[in-house]
Design a protein around this ligand. Structure first.
Ligand code: ADP
Ligand code: MG
Length: 592
C-alpha cells in the first residue's frame, strides 16, 4: 500500500500532463498571426512605413515599389533616424517610442503607438533597415527575416531611415495567393499614399513604381496638392469650409454641388491629421447637400477635424482607421451645418459676380489691390445702391469700381422678378425666394427660442390618436419656440391658442399634422432636423401667394432680404430661387 499510493499519484499527475492540450505558440508563429491583423496586403505595409516616417518628423519621403509592392516596398525618409540599439528594438512586438505610460494612450498625437507594425512586417518579409541619427556619425544597417536578425553592421548614410521590405508574405503562401492583380494592389497602395500625402501637405513625397516616377509632390497648399494628385483643374471643383467651435475645428474643402457624381469620388476625413473612415460623418456631409444634389449622388470632400485627443479613441482597430468620439452627435451637427453654411456662402455668389476677372485687373492698374479675403461678405448684395467698390466679395474677387446705375426689378407673370445685372439678367422666383427668407428667419427664431405668437380669437381644439399624441408631446416645446401657443387640453385633446404671425389660421393645424407624419416616417430625433421641418412647413404656409403684385419697395426688400440669407440660391425644398442668364446664354437663345 505504502508503495502503491505514490505510484498512483505519479501516474495521475503524468496523465494530466499527457492530456493537457494548451501550448504557448512559438514566437514566430504568434508574430505571423498578429501580422495578419496589421498587414493584409502591400498597401498596409506602405501605410505603416509612411506613417513611421511622418512620426519621425520627415520633411521628404520617397516610396519605391516593385510589382505593386510584392517584390519591394522601400521607404526613405529624412526624419530623426534611430541609434544602433533602437534599430534592433523597433522590430520587437510592442516596441514603441511613442507611449511611455498608460495615460499617454489618451493623448495620442502620433500616427503609431501600438508598436506592432515593424514586428509584423518583419514576421512575413525580408527586411533591411538602414538608419542614422543626427548625433551618430555612422549609421547602422540591420537585416531581419521571419523575425530573426541575420546581421547588423555600421553603414554610411545621411540622417534618416531607409527601410526595404522584400518579398512580402514569402513565408505565408495563403496570404500571397490571396493578393489581387498588380493593378488592384497598386490602386490600394495609391489610396494609402494619397491619404498620407493629403494629410501632410508640407511634406514632400515622391513615388516610384517599377522604375517610373509616378508622383513628385512638393510642399504645397491643400488645393495645390489635390491638383497635383488628381489633375490640374481639380481644385476648381472645391470650395473652402471653415469653422471653429469649442469642441472641434473644421477646415478643408468640399465639392461644389454641380460636381456631385453617381460614383463615389473622393471622400476624406482626417481627425488630427489621421485619415479615418466614418460612415456617420459621411452622412453628415451628404445631408448638408440635401436638396442641392440629385438623390443618390455623392460629393467629394477633404475635411480636417481637429479636436482634443482625449475626446477620441483611435485604439479600437489595429489599422486605426476607425475612431470613437466622445461627442459624436455634436460633431455630426456641427459638421453638417458648417458644410451647409459654406455651400450657402460660396454657391451663389460667383454666378452673380460682375465680370470678376476684368474687375480685378482694372483694380490692379489703378491702385494697390486689397488683400484677397477668403470670406464672403454677408453684406454683399449686387443690387444695393450704396457704393460697393473696394468691397472684397469672394476668393480674390472684387466688385467693379463703378457704381451700377440702379434699375428697378420688373415683375412678370405675377410670379417672377426680372432684373438686369452687369453680366446679363437675373430672374427671381418670388414665392421660392420668400420661402427661403422666411425659412431662415424661422430657423433663427427657433435657435434663439423666441418665436413670436399671434393669439387666435377662437382657439382651435383638436384630437389625436394616442400614438400621434405621443409624437406631438415631444414636439410641443419646439413648436412653442416656433410661435405656436399649443398645449395639451385633456385626454388626446390639444388646443392651439396662438400661431406664428404670418401663418394663416386655416394652415396652422395642417402644418402640425404634417409635422407629426414626418416625424413618424423619418423618426426625426435631431433637434436641428425637427427645426428644419417646422421651418420649412411654416415657410411654405406663410409665403406669398402667386400673382400678388409687389410694390417697388417690396421687390427691393425681397431682393435685399434674399441676398442677406445664408443660402440664397435655393428654396428650403431645394429648388433654385434665382436663375441668371449671362450674355453668352442670351446670345445662344437667338441663334438658329
Ligand atoms: P509604432 O509606430 O506603433 O511605435 P512601429 O512598429 O511602427 O510601431 O515602430 C516601432 C518604433 O520604431 C517606433 O516607435 C519608432 O520609435 C521607431 N521607428 C520606426 N520607423 C521609424 C523611422 N522611419 N524613423 C525613426 N524611427 C522609426
Ligand atoms: Mg508605426
Amino acid at each position: 500500500m505504502a508503495i502503491i499510493l505514490p505510484t498512483l499519484i505519479i501516474s495521475i499527475f503524468r496523465g494530466a500532463i499527457m492530456n493537457s492540450i494548451i501550448r504557448l505558440l512559438p514566437e514566430n508563429v504568434a508574430n505571423q498571426i498578429a501580422a495578419g491583423e496589421v498587414i493584409q496586403r502591400p498597401a498596409s505595409a506602405v501605410k505603416e512605413l509612411l506613417e513611421n516616417a511622418i512620426d519621425a518628423g520627415a520633411k521628404r519621403i520617397q516610396l519605391i515599389l516593385k510589382d505593386a509592392g510584392r517584390t519591394l516596398i522601400q521607404v526613405i525618409d529624412d526624419g530623426t533616424g534611430m541609434n544602433e540599439q533602437d534599430a534592433r528594438m523597433c522590430f520587437e512586438r510592442h516596441a514603441t517610442s511613442k507611449l511611455k505610460e498608460a495615460d499617454d494612450l489618451f493623448n495620442i498625437k502620433t500616427k503609431g503607438f501600438r508598436g506592432e507594425a515593424l514586428a509584423s512586417i518583419a514576421a512575413i518579409a525580408q527586411v533591411e533597415l538602414k538608419t542614422r541619427t543626427e548625433e551618430n556619425e555612422a549609421g547602422t544597417c540591420i537585416r531581419i527575416e521571419a523575425n530573426e536578425v541575420l546581421g547588423q553592421e555600421p553603414c554610411q548614410l545621411s540622417r534618416g531611415t531607409s527601410i526595404s521590405v522584400k518579398n512580402l508574405f514569402y513565408n505565408v503562401p495563403a496570404r500571397r495567393n490571396f493578393l489581387k492583380s498588380d493593378t488592384v494592389e497598386f490602386r490600394h497602395i495609391l489610396e494609402e499614399f494619397y491619404r498620407v500625402a493629403i494629410a501632410h501637405v508640407n511634406v514632400a513625397f515622391s513615388l516610384f513604381h517599377n522604375g517610373n516616377e509616378e508622383f513628385r509632390l512638393e510642399p504645397a497648399s491643400l488645393r495645390q496638392r489635390l491638383s497635383a494628385i488628381y489633375g490640374v483643374n481639380y481644385h476648381e471643383r472645391l470650395m473652402p469650409v471653415e469653422e471653429e467651435t469649442t469642441i472641434v475645428k473644421i477646415t478643408g474643402l468640399v465639392c461644389k454641388p454641380e460636381f456631385s457624381r453617381k460614383t463615389r469620388g473622393e471622400q476624406f476625413f482626417f481627425i488630427n491629421d489621421r485619415f479615418i473612415k466614418s460612415p456617420y460623418l459621411h452622412h453628415a456631409v451628404q445631408a448638408a447637400f440635401e436638396g442641392l444634389i440629385p438623390p443618390g449622388e455623392f460629393v467629394s470632400y477633404f475635411l480636417f477635424l481637429t479636436l482634443d485627443p482625449s475626446r477620441i479613441d483611435v485604439n479600437i482597430h489595429p489599422t486605426k482607421t476607425e475612431v470613437k468620439f466622445e461627442d459624436e452627435n455634436h460633431i455630426y451637427s456641427i459638421l453638417r451645418s458648417t458644410v451647409k453654411r459654406s455651400l450657402g456662402k460660396f454657391n451663389l455668389s460667383p454666378t452673380l459676380d460682375f465680370e470678376q476677372e476684368v474687375a480685378v485687373q482694372n483694380y490692379q492698374r489703378d491702385r494697390p489691390i486689397v488683400p484677397p479675403v477668403i470670406k464672403v461678405n454677408p453684406e454683399y448684395n449686387p443690387f444695393r445702391d450704396e457704393p460697393v467698390h473696394r468691397k472684397p466679395v469672394l476668393n480674390n474677387t472684387l466688385i467693379p469700381e463703378e457704381k451700377e446705375p440702379r434699375r428697378p426689378a420688373m415683375q412678370i407673370l405675377g410670379k417672377y422678378l426680372l432684373s438686369p445685372i452687369r453680366s446679363g439678367a437675373m430672374i427671381i422666383h418670388i414665392r421660392l425666394a420668400h420661402e427661403r427668407i422666411l425659412f431662415e428667419r424661422i430657423m433663427q427664431d427657433l435657435r434663439e427660442q423666441k418665436g413670436r405668437s399671434q393669439q387666435l380669437l377662437f382657439p382651435q381644439h383638436f384630437t389625436l390618436s394616442s400614438e400621434n399624441g405621443l409624437v406631438l408631446k415631444d414636439l410641443i416645446p419646439t413648436l412653442q419656440s416656433a410661435g405656436y401657443d399649443l398645449n395639451e387640453f385633456g385626454k388626446d385633446t390639444y388646443v392651439i391658442q396662438g400661431i406664428p404671425p404670418g401663418m394663416s389660421e386655416a394652415d396652422a393645424l395642417a402644418a402640425v399634422e404634417k409635422l407629426i407624419d414626418q416625424c413618424k416616417i423619418s423618426g426625426l430625433k435631431d433637434t436641428d432636423k425637427i427645426h428644419e421641418s417646422i421651418a420649412q412647413l411654416l415657410a411654405t404656409g406663410m409665403s406669398m401667394k402667386e400673382g400678388r403684385i409687389l410694390q417697388p419697395e417690396e421687390s427691393e426688400a425681397l431682393i435685399n432680404d434674399l441676398f442677406a440669407c445664408e443660402q440664397p440660391a435655393f428654396s428650403p425644398g431645394g429648388r433654385p430661387t434665382v436663375i441668371t442668364l449671362d450674355e453668352s446664354q442670351l446670345q445662344k437663345l437667338f441663334e438658329r
